[in-house]
Design a protein around this ligand. Structure first.
Ligand code: VG1
Ligand code: CO
Length: 544
């Protein structure tokens, strides 16, 4: 066994996006492609020698091969110890927790999250720092810089490690520990939530639930927690077997891609509660019987009810939401007298706020919610939080959300995604909106008057770093908003996201259909952006 140095040449497309480097599997399979990126990570980290890192992925196609390659490269680069998930699998939240509880130096998470998997699907690599959270921009920029100049990488010549069972191995001088993360994760959840109350509710016979793991990573965690620990009946977790191609599905928990769950919750004899999570387990969708909870509302409801949950009963230091997320949580924060921070899209921007104790709960409109228990969003955590609130209040999901609207008003909210459009047209669309900033100021569209039109820029309150061009936004005098952003996680062409928000304080008008309530704003958004002209699409691919 020896360390070999392999000559390579840079690839020009290894810039990490919103959440790591995501590409088609076929791109990652190109000779040296994965290795270049991993070596660039190692090269841009200081004092890596002898350190402990965590390694695991969402189990998608190419996960196993990539794990073996990364282990051999870690050994050749002087890493001291790697904690790797059994079968190479770790959910993103579990990986974050393991980095923290082991005080590891960092972690490498292999996931393309909600993107489809399989030989024709996507793959991804993300680096997390010692706080357990996604690397901030200054780290991802250093990695990207390195990918542009790399000339060689190191790899240990050795046989593959058996990842099927928990155990300890040596790879050269490096220790490899194959771990089962389900127990640790389940204990962490038990430390935050009222498991006795949950067990009582789930075994009472008059509360039913359905958890859809979408053949992705949360299956084993969900079965261990809901069925084994909390006593829900067998079969509560559906699609609970992680598969390399997610059973051909699109592991994105929304009303379109989680069709099976939606049919159950909106069907006859629907259960009281339903939830789904995504490919790597950090997203969640919560449904009540015949009722959909908008993720922006979910963050607001959890914030307003956190005092009912043991782990948060002593109060929240603050909350944070991504810019396109609706302002529903802002109203709750105001009432609670706690600060509310607005960050760019992507969980990495919450890390500093959480580390500094400025925020306790965080959320994104994209079905992501989390807290200071780890540094990633956490799908099952959000689901258990919801169940704890439902059990403590003894009300249905629908009752809880509707009484929330009555108290705080309703922020009608929707996102229209136009996936896989031509990049050129998408860029032109954003430029077209940007070019109108000056003339939009004060302009009237029906009942709406433009208050501001700008490019969202964020200055991190902790380290002062500035992130510009984080979405173009048009705000109206009544608080309504239209936002356009290009996705930083897609792998085919560009994805245009159009976000729409309006506020309704009159409870007699809160039952309107969301798309209807936002109808005028949608028209205005099309008029301003000339979307059809630039990207030649009549209908969005997904509406959430
Ligand atoms: C999307 C979401 C964003 C989320 C990111 C990663 O990014 O909008 O809110 O943080 O995915 O989530 P974008 O750039 O495509 O809009 V995950 O579950 O894919 O790690
Ligand atoms: Co995800």
């Amino acid at each position: 066994m020896g360390i070999i140095t392999v000559k390579t040449e840079p690839f020009n497309d290894q810039k990490p996006g919103t959440s790591g480097l995501r590409k088609a599997v076929t791109v990652f399979q190109k000779p040296h492609y994965l290795e270049n990126f991993i070596q660039s990570i190692f090269d841009s980290l200081e004092d890596l020698i002898g350190q402990t890192i965590v390694l695991g992925g969402d189990g998608r196609y190419y996960n196993r091969q990539a794990i073996q390659t990364i282990l051999k490269m870690a050994a050749a680069n002087g890493v001291g110890r790697v904690l790797v998930g059994a079968n190479g699998i770790l959910s993103t939240p579990a990986a974050s927790g393991i980095i923290r509880s082991n005080q590891a130096y960092g972690g490498i998470i292999l996931s393309a999250s909600h993107n489809p998997g399989g030989p024709d699907g996507d793959f991804g690599v993300k680096y997390n720092i010692s706080n357990g959270g996604p690397a901030p921009e200054k780290v991802t920029e250093a990695i990207f810089d390195r990918t542009k100049t790399i000339t060689q990488y190191q790899v240990l010549e050795s046989a593959d490690i058996n990842l099927d069972h928990v155990g300890s191995f040596k790879l050269g001088t490096m220790d490899v520990e194959v771990i089962d993360s389900v127990k640790d994760y389940s204990q962490l959840m038990e430390s935050l939530f009222d498991f006795d109350l949950l067990r009582k509710t789930l075994t009472s016979g008059d509360f039913s639930l359905c958890i859809d793991s979408m053949h992705a990573v949360t299956g084993p965690y969900a079965k261990a927690i809901f069925e084994d620990k909390l006593g829900a009946k067998k079969g509560t977790v559906i699609n609970g077997e992680p598969l390399e191609d997610f059973g051909g599905g699109h592991p994105d928990p929304n009303l379109v891609y989680a069709q099976e769950l939606v049919d159950i919750l909106f069907g006859e004899n629907a259960p009281d509660f339903g939830a789904a999570s995504d490919g790597d387990g950090d997203r969640n969708m919560v449904l009540g019987c015949n009722f959909f909870v908008n993720p922006s509302d979910s963050l607001a409801v959890l914030t307003a009810n956190a005092h009912l949950v043991p782990g948060y009963k002593n109060g929240l230091s603050g909350v944070a939401r991504s810019m396109p997320t609706s302002g529903a949580v802002d109203r709750v924060a105001e009432k609670l007298g706690i600060p509310c921070y607005e960050t760019p899209t992507g969980w990495k921007f919450f890390g500093n706020l959480l580390d500094a104790g400025k925020a306790t709960l965080c959320g994104e409109e994209s079905f992501g919610t989390g807290s200071n228990h780890i540094r990633e969003k956490d799908g099952l955590w959000a689901v258990i939080f919801w169940l704890n609130v439902v059990a403590a209040r003894g009300e249905s999901v629908e009752q809880i959300v509707k009484s929330h609207w009555q108290e705080y008003g309703r922020n009608f909210y929707s996102r229209h995604d136009y996936e896989a459009v031509a990049s050129e047209g998408a860029n032109q669309l954003v430029a077209h909106v940007r070019n109108q900033f000056a003339q939009l100021q004060g302009k009237q569209f029906g009942q709406y008057i433009v208050d501001y039109a700008d490019d969202f820029s964020y200055t991190d309150p902790i380290d002062g770093s500035v992130s510009s061009n984080q979405g173009v936004r048009i705000g109206f005098t009544d608080g309504s908003r239209i936002i356009f952003r290009l996705s930083g996680t897609g792998t085919k062409g560009a994805t245009v996201r159009m976000y729409l928000e309006s506020y309704e304080s009159d409870s007699s008008k809160q039952d309107l259909d969301t798309q209807e309530a936002l109808g005028d704003l949608i028209e205005i958004a099309h008029e301003i952006s000339q979307l059809k002209k630039f990207i030649d699409r009549d209908q969005p691919t997904v509406i959430t």
